[in-house]
Design a protein around this ligand. Structure first.
Ligand SMILES: [Zn+2]
Length: 513
């Protein structure tokens, strides 16, 4: 009787624990996504670039920069006006680093400091307030002007003497967007043709089309063509200036950016005008090398910690393909591996029989990779609100988990089945929280746990473990309730015959725990 009570108590405690886990993890996920997209990361070291020396660009009276937000390398190459500028100067391949999000990349461009150095990694709808100070180029160039098509908070964050459109009710909002839409192109022409030393035009429509319809859509192509028309017009207004045509990231075929995919991170740039030999081409250079070129053009100086290299040096020593991806801080990596090994050890203790192995976990990860692809910060699934689609993705794995729990409980203790099935995924989640530096965020600190390759796994893995806890609880409940109803009506033994059968040996394997 006491053993029965102990089993009931253990079952109830486990059910409550699993229920709380299943309920809590999706909430934690929402809060971590908010931290990723809102706050800054602790400043750290940038990716090291190949060392090289050589002369930088000479200062010129007029520097003009056009940035087409979200224009992929593949599309840039097809644009006639863009390509004309490339042909009469230098065609560069530029790696913007990680994450490939507009505000962080533009702060990088105008400061020469990478996302890791500034800690500005996302800041969705959260401008720099106050804007970039004299650490940045614009604040060092009196009379510098920036004009943005839309979402003016991007250019208002950068420290230009004048940045339009002006802010509206909040720093993130534009004043009178409808009127600005009619006026902004005329204003851009005026500024480009003016005598100001530094003008920056930010074209947003390609990014907007990319988000709405994806990089393979007609809308995206059309927006790129429209942007190219504006480039033709603007470049003709200041033929004597040194021109920089830039992009801050590409887009996924279905729309989205932010991750470390090479085709999103690596974009095309053209630099033409005084001092740039026609027909120059480059291997991969870093966005901070472009910062250095703009700083030298305008007579500004980059922060001492900037890794931006002089123009000729950057051309002479291109980056390897993934060199712009910052390495994981060593202690975070080491602790993460420790957490994973602890989980493997616990799992091995729990398993003992092959059918108790947490087979569902590799199956769930494989389903995720096969159906949705490797998670990156460019993907909607990382941010989307509902766990339903995710649950469908790994439904077969959850069925395998339910089956393992059902059969496992007939042959081993609840504790052993619990550890066997959930220790490994739980420790994988702990390892991921460690590798991404997410523990302070979990404990409520306003900090963005953003590192390349790993951060994007946080969101699906939290859902996966939550769903696994739920599936485990259901299988446990079903097993206990159904076995109870079996016992509640035992077949009555026939009275007429005396019991003569030998007692059957217990077939169940002895459980040492
Ligand atoms: Zn965007």
């Amino acid at each position: 009787m006491t053993k029965r009570i102990a089993i009931v108590v253990a079952t109830l405690v486990t059910l409550v624990g699993l229920g709380v886990t299943a309920w809590f993890l999706p909430r934690l996920r929402r809060s971590v996504i908010h931290d990723i997209t809102t706050w800054d990361a602790p400043p750290g070291d940038p990716a090291p670039l190949p060392a090289a020396t050589g002369p930088g660009l000479a200062a010129v009276p007029k520097t003009r920069v056009i940035l087409v937000d979200g224009l992929s390398e593949e599309h840039a190459r097809t644009l006639p006006a863009w390509s004309d500028v490339c042909k009469r100067g230098a065609r560069l391949r530029v790696d913007v680093g990680f994450p490939s999000v507009s505000l962080p990349v533009e702060v990088e461009l105008w400061s020469g400091l990478t996302q890791q150095q500034t800690g500005i990694v996302f800041r969705s709808g959260r401008p720099l307030n106050p804007p970039l100070d004299r650490r940045g180029i614009p604040a060092q160039v009196p009379g510098s002007i920036a004009i943005a098509e839309d979402h003016g908070y991007l250019v208002r964050s950068l420290g230009f003497s004048v940045a339009e459109p002006a802010a509206g009710a909040t720093p993130a909002k534009d004043a009178d967007p409808a009127a600005w839409e009619q006026r902004w192109q005329a204003r851009a022409r005026e500024v480009v043709a003016s005598d100001t030393r530094l003008a920056f035009i930010h074209i947003l429509r390609v990014d907007t089309a990319g988000h709405k319809q994806g990089a393979t859509s007609d809308a995206y192509r059309q927006a790129a063509t429209d942007a190219d028309g504006m480039i033709a017009e603007l470049v003709a207004l200041a033929p004597e200036a040194r021109w920089f045509l830039l992009s801050d990231h590409g887009h996924r075929p279905e729309g989205g950016h932010g991750g470390e995919e090479p085709y999103i991170r690596q974009v095309e740039a053209c630099v033409a005008g005084p001092g740039i030999a026609a027909g120059t081409t480059s291997g991969l250079v870093h966005m901070v090398d472009v910062s250095r070129a703009i700083a030298d053009s305008t007579g500004a100086t980059l922060d001492r910690t900037s890794r931006g290299r002089p123009f000729s040096a950057a051309l002479a020593a291109p980056l390897a393909d993934d060199q712009a991806i910052p390495p994981l801080p060593l202690h975070q990596g080491a602790l993460a591996i420790f957490a994973l090994v602890a989980g493997l050890a616990a799992s091995t203790w729990g398993v003992r029989r092959w059918w108790l192995a947490p087979l569902w976990f590799p199956i769930a990860c494989a389903s995720l990779l096969a159906i949705r692809g490797e998670p990156t910060l460019s993907m909607r699934l990382v941010y989307e609100g509902s766990g339903r689609i995710a649950a469908v993705t790994w439904l077969p794995a959850l069925l395998v988990l339910g089956g393992s729990v059902w059969f496992g409980l007939g042959r081993a203790t609840l504790g052993r089945v619990l550890v066997a099935q959930l220790a490994l995924p739980a420790s994988a989640l702990a390892a991921l929280l460690t590798a991404t530096g997410a523990w302070p965020a979990v404990l409520g600190e306003d900090v963005a746990p953003v590192v390349p390759r790993y951060t994007a796994w946080l969101s699906p893995l939290m859902l996966m473990v939550s769903h696994a806890a739920g599936a485990f609880a259901l299988a446990l409940l079903a097993r206990r309730v159904l076995r109870r109803s079996d016992r509640s009506a035992p077949p009555a033994p026939p009275r007429s015959e005396p019991v003569a059968e030998p007692s059957t040996p217990d077939r169940r394997p002895k459980d040492p725990s």
